[in-house]
Design a protein around this ligand. Structure first.
Ligand SMILES: [Zn+2]
Length: 303
């Protein structure tokens, strides 16, 4: 694709179908995904082995687990690790698409959204006319867990920020923010890979929880150094946090909001998506309430 849309004012779907396969992080099994154009807004998931079944329109209410990745319960089936694919779709300006899946996971590929961006570029985009982004009340919405929080308030254009603080000197304190456009997403956010910590990766591997996890699909931090350099950006971890934030917010669409996540996690991000969904679907804007979230413990591996 020669150029991405300049902004998010128009709805877009894919111009053609495109397919990718890869190993699932958690199962270690091969997973297959077909992305296809959709005439309906939002992202809809179907199963390649049951093409007659109605598709599931993705929504924050389907979130079932956020410990290692964002997992959804779609009817009888579970679908895990949706966030990087959703970030690629929403970030490039694809506001509606069908996602056909074989297996229970979206393949992790290289741990970033870049392979999905390349797949979307291969399919091309079809503009569909103006779209309305989910709007927020004027007062900020905040979701927090201990010291960590995500806050969002109405803005004309999507503006995202994230900060992380880790005791490991290889990461330390990092801050990244930007006014999002498809071009900036592709260039500055999509290539940032998942990261984890050596001792936790070893524990998770021993527990059989990340059978597909390896040094080629996650950056692994060992205190003062990375086990598998080079990094794609000096501040790749915080950019990946922004990628995850965007992918989790995609469950409600791309909000016309400024959103900031301090030590964000999939639990916090998806709780914010649910809060935006509730605020946006309220019949009339009311006074905002601090959103008391019941999120799961912070992920040990930021996927
Ligand atoms: Zn991630």
């Amino acid at each position: 694709m020669s150029a991405w849309p300049a902004d998010y004012r128009l709805a877009h779907t894919l111009a053609a179908t495109v397919e990718r396969s890869g190993v699932g992080l958690h199962s270690g099994e091969s997973c297959h995904v077909r992305l296809a154009p959709s005439s309906l807004p939002g992202y809809r998931v179907g199963w390649l082995d049951s093409p007659q079944q109605p598709l599931h329109r993705l929504a924050p209410s389907q979130v079932s687990d956020t410990r290692l990745c964002t997992a959804l319960q779609l009817g009888e089936r579970r679908l895990t690790t949706v966030e990087h694919l959703l970030a690629a779709l929403v970030g490039t300006g694809v506001s509606q698409a069908e996602i056909w899946v074989e297996g229970e996971e979206i393949p992790l590929l290289d741990g970033s959204a870049l392979p999905w961006v390349e797949a979307i570029a291969e399919a091309g985009l079809t503009p569909l006319g103006e779209r309305a982004l989910p709007s927020l009340p004027a007062e900020p919405i905040t979701v927090r867990q201990g010291e960590a929080f995500v806050t969002a308030f109405a803005a004309e254009a999507p503006r995202l920020g994230a900060a992380v603080e880790f005791p490991q000197p290889a990461i330390g304190r990092q801050l990244f923010s930007l006014t999002l456009t498809p071009e900036r997403f592709v260039r500055e956010i999509a290539p940032a890979r998942t990261f984890g910590f050596r001792e936790q990766v070893e524990q998770l591997l021993a527990a059989g929880l990340i059978r597909g996890g390896a040094l080629d699909n996650a950056l692994v931090c060992d205190g003062e150094r990375w086990l598998n350099p080079p990094l794609r950006f000096e501040d790749e971890p915080v950019r990946h946090k922004l990628l995850d934030l965007l992918g989790d917010l995609a469950l409600v669409g791309l909000p016309a909001a400024q959103v900031f996540a301090y030590r964000g996690s999939h639990g916090l991000h998806t709780a914010m998506a649910a809060a935006i969904d509730a605020a946006a679907s309220r019949p009339a804007p009311g006074p905002s309430q601090p959103f008391a979230s019941a999120v799961s413990p912070a992920a040990v591996l930021s996927v």
